[in-house]
Design a protein around this ligand. Structure first.
Ligand SMILES: Cc1cc2nc3c(=O)[nH]c(=O)nc-3n(C[C@H](O)[C@H](O)[C@H](O)COP(=O)(O)OP(=O)(O)OC[C@H]3O[C@@H](n4cnc5c(N)ncnc54)[C@H](O)[C@@H]3O)c2cc1C
Length: 445
């Protein structure tokens, strides 16, 4: 019998983790990973800068709940010794609004003494009287019905712009925050349902509370470590600098790469939606192109610890502040291993759904962010080094109707094409690894 042949487009974390599980569960399948650029990892990119680590993409993974699937992968790859867990300081997160940094409640005590206590109590009271609404809706609508506009404008707006670079008034609650909708379906009230909610088991190894109680994990040299290990494991299968000319789907898939035809039984795409749209028929192509991405500018700053008196994970900025800054992550407060000696590294994220790439390019982002930090901390400080990168299409936006789009993409895809990537089943590394594992395991139909 002939061995089944598979091609995977893209060597970002989706392509690499899919390939890893494919080789684990189906060692007889022959596969190749075709990568357009000269490196693996895609958005995951950590750079060592003398005594510091600059993260340009993701910077941490939650070890709790579904995150255990990534921990298990870390263990299988022999990376346990390189792991670092977030300092307890990382539990302290701030919001910047009305001219000051306010700490968000992170324990019962901080909740009871929080300046937001009255606002939370009002929101609880509203939520326990909320009624079910079956249809999908924007995050803004959902939050307004359950918790009120004030809570939306302060917390949900800044969380959605800080994590997804998104807009609460456009994003789908069912696609972006499915747990909220699930809880609503159970009891109407999110809070009532939460009290009896049990986290979904992901069928992976369960780690001890010492590990899962940490806010995040990464590696001594940043998240790139997992990419390097996957790359090493899969090196015989990865081709770089690939120029994809054309793809034809019939009984087999013909992929024309650098002018040469290759034939495979299955194609797995993990490249961004707009990139795949070029190679598929018009109905699927239109659908893929309708998925918008937000631009994000990432500024990494290295400075002396003595310059900045700040103790938490970072802060978020609600859009009512009208700043291009979405928030700042104090990386080396979270992972002290990422800045040796007296240094600290902070990342400022800018842009998001309220800006186009062109608008961002017209702004002096370095100056704007430094002026903003001076305003937040009430002083100017000396920066040892700074680097800015613009990610034009950083994060796919799960807008209203997104889940219908995903279902339609599945229906319209040729039978020998599997569409994966962060615009399908979740943006986080956890969702990506989980879905890649599930689909690779079940590839043989
Ligand atoms: C600034 C930022 C911060 C983030 N922070 C976090 C975080 O803290 N935690 C978290 O869980 N997630 C975070 N995310 C999200 C997460 O990092 C991404 O969703 C994830 O890395 C995307 O992986 P991917 O493999 O799907 O896509 P990509 O990383 O985009 O990889 C796609 C790959 O396909 C290649 N490619 C493109 N076109 C072609 C083609 N035609 N042929 C062949 N190859 C092609 C690309 O070169 C690339 O290597 C962050 C994202 C950003 C942008």
């Amino acid at each position: 019998m002939q061995r089944k042949k598979v091609a995977i487009l893209g060597a970002g974390i989706t392509g690499l983790s899919f390939a890893y599980y494919l080789s684990k569960y189906h060692p007889n399948i022959e596969f190749v990973i075709l990568e357009e650029s000269d490196r693996a990892g895609g958005v995951v990119f950590s750079e060592k800068k003398e005594e510091c680590v600059f993260e340009w993409g993701p910077r941490g993974v939650r070890p709790k709940g579904k995150g255990q699937v990534v921990l298990e992968l870390v263990e299988e790859l022999g990376l346990w010794e390189a792991l670092v867990f977030a300092d307890d300081k990382a539990k302290k997160r701030y919001l910047y609004h009305d001219g000051k940094l306010q700490v968000l409640p992170h324990s019962l005590r901080s909740f009871l003494f929080s300046p937001y206590l009255k606002l939370f109590l009002k929101a609880f009271y509203k939520d326990i009287r909320a009624v079910k609404h079956d249809e999908d809706e924007t995050i803004a609508n959902f939050v307004d019905r359950h918790f009120g506009v004030e809570l939306r404008n302060l917390f949900f707006d800044s969380m959605v712009s800080g994590i997804w670079a998104g807009d609460v008034e456009k994003m789908s609650v069912s696609a972006t925050l499915p747990l909220l909708k699930k809880l609503e379906r159970k009891k109407g009230s999110v809070i009532k349902a939460l009290s009896s909610h049990k986290a979904m088991s992901v069928g992976s190894k369960q780690y001890s509370k010492d590990i899962t109680s940490k806010a995040l994990f990464s590696f001594k040299d940043g998240l790139q470590t997992i990419v390097e290990a996957l790359k090493e494991h899969l090196q015989a299968h990865i081709e770089y600098d690939v120029k994809l000319d054309r793809i034809d789907f019939s009984e087999q898939v013909e992929i024309v790469v650098n002018g040469e035809s290759r034939f495979v039984d299955e194609l797995i795409s993990t490249i961004p939606a707009h990139k795949l749209s070029v190679y598929v028929k018009s109905d699927l192509s239109t659908l893929l192109n309708s998925i918008h991405y937000s631009p994000v500018a990432v500024l990494n700053l290295k400075l002396l610890k003595s310059e900045l008196d700040f103790d938490g994970f970072g802060f978020l900025v609600p859009s009512k502040e009208n700043s291009v800054v979405l928030g700042m992550v104090a990386n080396s407060n979270t992972f002290p291993q990422h800045a040796k000696g007296n240094w600290m590294v902070n990342t400022v994220m800018m842009g998001g759904a309220r800006y186009t790439v062109e608008e961002l390019r017209c702004l002096d982002l370095k100056e704007k962010s430094k002026a903003f930090l001076e305003q937040v901390f009430g002083k100017a400080f000396t920066i040892e080094s700074e680097e800015l990168k613009m990610i034009d299409k950083a994060i796919p936006q799960y807008e209203l109707g997104h889940l219908d789009k995903v279902r339609q993409i599945e229906v319209l895809s040729p039978k020998n094409l599997t569409v994966l990537g962060n615009y399908m089943y979740g943006v986080s590394l956890i969702d990506i690894v989980l879905k890649s594992k599930e689909l690779a395991k079940n590839l043989i139909r």
